[in-house]
Ligand binder design. Sequence first.
Ligand code: FAD
Ligand code: N01
Length: 528
Amino acid sequence: MVDHDVVIIGAGFSGLYQLYKLRQLGFNAIILEAGPEVGGTWYWNRYPGARCDIESIEYSYSFDPELEQEWNWSERYAAQPELLAYIRHVTEKHDLRRDIEFEARVTALDFDDDSCRWRVRAEDGVDRTARFVVAATGCLSVPTQPDIEGVGDFGGETYWTWDWPEGGADLTGRRVAVVGTGSSGLQTITTIAPDVGHLTVFQRTPVFAVPAFNREIDDELVVVKSRYREFRAESRLTRGGAHCADPDPKFFDQYSPEEAVEELSRRWADGGLCYQQSFLDLVQDPSVNKAAADFVADRIRDKVIDPILAEKLIPTTYPIATKRMCVDTGYYEVYNRDNVTLVDLREDPLKRVTARGIIAGDTEHEFDVIIFATGFDAMTGALSAIDIRHGEVTLSEKWADGPRTYLGLMSAGLPNLFTITGPQSPSVLSNMLTSIEQHVEWITDVLTVMRDRGQRRIEPEEQAERSWVDITNDTADMTLFPQAASWYMGANVPGKRQVFLPFVAGVDVYKQICDGVAVADYHGFEIT
Ligand code: FAD
Ligand code: N01
């Protein structure tokens, strides 16, 4: 039996920073990672066109000022190879690899009250115990298995965006299908369209995409580097954990109708996800939301030559920004190409995959390659996949009607187990790097305080947890988010209880709450 102070699960951005922090403070910590390499999201998602949609100057670690100065992002939105190179660079720079076990998927965690330790079982066969476990397992790390008949029957090549072959796939001149039009689908479609022989896109629900206006950023980088400390501090004080076009956004009715359109045009011209923050009430007020949605609908009509096709690409079934918006580079224009066809699954439902292709409606479409970009069991998938138990309490039963946490950091009845960017924290609604660092630092602080005081066990009080669950649900209900059948709601996973998963009130508010809890001697936690 090998014992550690802390076992960290996952070697993505979260786990690596957690290891760095704990090791710096003298904790005996180890990462167990299911995959063969560091990187998490940016190791697995190697599909053509994969890149971030939060600007690289923000979507990067802030904890190492030397790193900030020595690393030069080449583009506004870094592509997957550059992000993976960055994560590897951090790993080597801080000599993290020596405390990572790869191909060690954690399958079970069992808390023993007597020893006050977690027993950790992993696929590498080593039995471990740990005083604390930090689940840095990722919010978008467990793919859904789409409910499509016959996937295994296809005689051609099948690829999944979340597990693209390391050596790539040659799609040149071939007949290719893409199923799914979320962010992964959009990036894949846009990138491969010029190279394939023919591309057929199977769309079940259209998405709102705003332009990236990706570019080289040499000059901007110099400016940001000259004031990186202030820049990062500013990001932490925003709602989304990153700068947006206007530091002082307003409510819709503070503008005249003409000014409101100007504001939307300005955000659109800046590019990126700040569009969804055009007005403070964009995700609260249906009429404001409609104004923002109509603006994008008109841009889609501008871009797509065939007016019937344009209407098929315009979302009509959910408010804008209530499903994760996409950031694109020429997505809608792809449909002006002669070698691209859209199959609208609302008109021609997907019936099954066959040996030759896909049947939708009454037509069998034949392909050489099918690419699935069908999404993830978000936020809870990776945690539910582990058999987590303490006596009679199991995480999967406790969370059957939706996650129950205090601050999205811990769950009552499961002591000494922390989650990074877990459900009921801002997480996926934010620049994840800001949220990851905030969680890692909060967890590290409490572990240090406990060590200094000789304390061994921490767990949320039931009442504190109940209040937090109510707060997260009530704040979500004040928005339009619950109206969309989104992965934020768990709606993309058959049988998953539909409840809004992240904390909606913002990174700035959330950090204040977490800091306040710590200052109040970890109010709401029982520490012994
Ligand atoms: P991950 O990177 O998901 O890493 C989790 C790791 O845990 C994985 O390596 C996984 O193999 C491992 N793991 C899981 N379960 C187990 C287990 N039981 N045992 C052992 N190991 C396990 N966010 C943004 O803010 N901006 C973006 O632009 C952005 N782009 C994205 C693009 C894609 C394609 C995807 C899928 C997500 C994107 N995200 C983005 C979200 C992204 O997941 C986070 O930004 C961030 O990378 C998460 O880091 P993490 O370390 O928390 O999780
Ligand atoms: O997954 P998704 P994703 N038959 O769930 C469709 C981050 N990310 O991997 O909407 C037919 O968004 C499904 O249709 P519907 C980002 O946070 C970021 O693309 O359920 N279609 C949908 O169109 C993102 O939000 C980047 O009706 C089926 C698609 O598959 C998150 O990861 C890049 C189907 C899934 O879209 C997830 O994105 C990539 C079926 N049976 C990812 N099942 C950046 O750009 C599902 N679909 C930074």
